[in-house]
Design a protein around this ligand. Sequence first.
Ligand code: R7I
Ligand code: MG
Ligand code: MG
Ligand code: MG
Length: 365
Amino acid sequence: MTLSRFKGSLVGAVVADCMGSLFEGISTVSLSSVLESAENLEKNRQIQREHGTRPADTYGLRFTDDTAMARSVAASLLEKKSFDAQDMAKRFADEYYKEPDRGYGFNVVTVFEGLKNPETKDVYEPARVQFGGSGSYGNGGAMRIAPASLFAFARNKSSELQDLVSGVTRLTHTNVLGVNGAILEAFAVDESLRLKSEAVFDAQTFLDSLIEKMKGVETEDDKKDTNPESSHSKKRKLDDHPTPYIAQLERIKHLMLEDSLDTKVVVEEIGHDVSAIGSVPTAILAFLRAAIKSIPGLEGRNKFEQTVLYAISLGGDTDTIATMAAAIAGALYGVEQIPEAWQYYCEGVADAETMAEGLYKLEAL
Ligand code: R7I
Ligand code: MG
Ligand code: MG
Ligand code: MG
């Protein structure tokens, strides 16, 4: 049962990245166009099954940087059976230089250059000097983090999840908003895995638990913030709320229950951009909204499908918001809810399944 949910999380993340990438950067996306793109995959698969002629890659969707980096996280944890910063950093950089056209963030490329430079002794240095020393607050840490949640869960080391995520994230993103966004995403995947079943799912409880956990994270930061020149205080200018992620989760608490929820309202109040603060909470909202009620226009689709299609329909950073929402949803609903046609046409599904199996088989410590 848990194996299906490990696979659901990683395979789910891959298909959502591939499907979401078709709409990345488009600020207004209609749900019907998202639905149509999914129906195309399903129709093509049907035709292919009936005639058995078309090669799979005719309509294949490529995964993007989100998946490329998640694969490195998983591969490093599997190979080293613990977190090895040097190994993971090397995988990130090697992967980028192997296939630089995966749609990487504009600035993170400088980090890879730094990591490749033999003069670089500290693998954390290139990320630290980004943006004049404040570090990136992009969602590139959060988008790749699901394998860390699975790893900590399998190892029975969930108490160490926060430190693991921080270590993995700071290799490219050191701004507290970038790090805490990854921590929130990792907590959400962990929370999903931990639920006994879909039947006992309660959105309020789920959200309250995340808020409780983020209280530890965001107040810890407050305590540490004694130096007015620290990167943490710089970030405050971006979002002057003392606990911005908790504030986002509180907003979601109200929004998710609204009878009809306008996409414009979600975008205005929560966001859909490449910042972690403007996308991780959005992914959580998409997951919760689909879990609570049928999304209008998506009736008849299962919860996993609704989560992904709805997440993409929010527009903006669609591959990333969808991949993060799907990693959470897949960890609850399991791989069985991921349509066969989606799995068939998305690149990297088989590898995600193998990695999920590997992580699942790791022995508890
Ligand atoms: O966060 P990152 O890896 O990008 C991930 C996104 C996802 O949508 C992927 O699917 C891919 O498309 O890219 O890459 P970064 O370059 O670290 O951050 C992304 C962008 O966030 C940057 O290019 C900046 O535009 C913005 N950004 C900042 N802008 C000003 N000041 C991030 N941090 C800052 C900052 O401190
Ligand atoms: Mg991407
Ligand atoms: Mg982007
Ligand atoms: Mg993206």
